[in-house]
Design a protein around this ligand. Structure first.
Ligand code: DQA
Length: 142
């Protein structure tokens, strides 16, 4: 079984981007932690990042076409703007778990609306890199 881990805009800069908010771990560090955990669960991880909304839409479709077990999605700022991601999640049967490093509800008002969260199976936010590991623990139970 494969779990897709899709990351949106600016997450390629993790580690140097506002570390007081997002932590010191890079996306590669997170990929390493996820791979260790995935091995324990006997699943594969397919982790990707793009700054382009359409790539994320394509990858959601691909997750379903490839019969992925689940998608862990940190859509970055597209979380708060993207009806296209909302519709893509609705269009597929693959369960999607929304994750965030920070807790958007404890931040600016414009982060309080999540188009992803409205259609995700569930949301894990506020635990830094651990948010991804908790999401994987949930995904393997689907
Ligand atoms: C984020 C939260 C978003 O509001 C923000 O735009 C990001 C990162 C997070 O992981 O905490 O880019 O998704």
């Amino acid at each position: 079984d494969t779990v897709y881990v899709l990351n949106g805009p600016n997450l390629n800069l993790l580690g140097m981007r506002e570390p007081e908010i997002y932590g010191a771990d890079t996306l590669d560090d997170i990929a390493g932690m996820l791979e260790d955990r995935a091995r324990e669960h006997d699943v594969e991880i397919d982790l990707r990042q793009s700054n382009h909304e359409g790539h994320l839409v394509d990858w959601l479709h691909e997750a379903q076409a490839h019969d992925a077990k689940a998608v862990i999605l940190n859509a970055g700022a597209f979380t708060h703007t993207s009806i296209a991601l909302h519709d893509a999640i609705k269009a597929i049967r693959t369960p999607v778990i929304e994750v965030h490093l920070s807790n958007p509800h404890a931040r600016e008002d414009f982060r309080h609306l999540s188009y992803v969260g409205r259609v995700a199976r569930g949301t894990i936010a506020g635990f830094g890199a651990l948010s991804y590991l908790l999401a994987l623990d949930a995904a393997v139970r689907f």
